[in-house]
Design a protein around this ligand. Structure first.
Ligand code: SAH
Length: 232
């Protein structure tokens, strides 16, 4: 039987998913809570990691290694870089990078360490399924590059710098690390984000206003992805 991990970073990102599941079992493990449920004949493990690359790495690894999940879906919010992305729009990551990984002093490109790669690509089949979901939901969904780092970005100059190095369409704080984990462990992954802000000087206000509604938009799409995966 399939076992799908659904991850967010913050409680608000997984609350709408848990609400949809109704009944679930809570297990405490490695300093976090994991919610297990059976949904339309597949097993789901849901968790929020806490914010940032380290916590999201821990949670993604735990969901795969401890809970034996074989597919990972991430639902959450992000700051937009691409001007076509408005509040509440969705971005599906085609590939992800770590924008704050910097050993350029040794002549390496930003986001690169030896034996790693600047970008990790998302799973092609899940991307294809998401196109079908987007069509059915009639949602504005952009496919693009997500840059991840351990900072809440609220500065035009930093945004420009991230575009310069990664040509990113959106930025957040967990996707790039989750991608590294899934890639290394051979688990197909899908990272979806709804826009909560535009990573400019007003970003924290915009985030506070729209994080919850955008998290719901992302969660709805993710549950449709789960349905599509089950239909396969
Ligand atoms: N308000 C929260 C902190 C939010 S940090 C608190 O006080 O607890 C921002 C979260 O949303 C991260 O999980 C990140 O992935 C995402 N995010 C949204 N907009 C972002 C931005 N402009 N820069 C970086 N991450 C952003």
């Amino acid at each position: 039987m399939k076992k799908i991990a659904i991850m967010g970073a913050m409680p608000e990102e997984v609350a709408p998913i848990l609400q949809k599941l109704g009944e679930y079992k809570t297990t405490e493990y490695a300093g976090n809570k994991y919610y297990e449920a059976t949904y339309k004949g597949v097993e789901l493990v849901v968790a929020y990691s806490k914010i940032g690359k380290v916590f999201s790495t821990l949670t993604a690894t735990t969901m795969i290694e401890h809970f034996s999940c074989d597919t990972l879906l991430f639902s959450g919010v992000a700051g937009a870089i691409n001007p076509n992305l408005k509040i509440g729009d969705l971005i599906v990551a085609t590939k992800l990078s770590q924008h704050d990984l910097d050993i350029t002093a040794f002549g390496h490109p930003m986001g690169y360490v030896p034996e790693g790669s600047v970008f990790v690509k998302s799973d092609k089949e899940l991307l294809a399924l998401s196109k079908e979901v987007a069509r059915e939901l009639e949602k504005n969904v952009i496919e693009g590059i997500i840059a991840t780092g351990d900072q809440f970005i609220h500065d035009e100059k930093i945004k420009e710098n991230i575009v310069k190095h990664f040509n990113a369409d959106a930025l957040e704080m967990e996707g790039g690390s989750v991608a590294v984990v899934c890639n290394a462990l051979g688990v197909p992954f899908f990272i979806l984000r709804a826009i909560s802000d535009t990573a400019d000087t007003d970003a924290s206000f915009s985030f506070d206003e729209f994080m919850e509604s955008s998290a719901i938009i992302s969660a709805e799409f993710i549950m449709k992805m789960v349905d599509k995966i089950i239909e396969q």
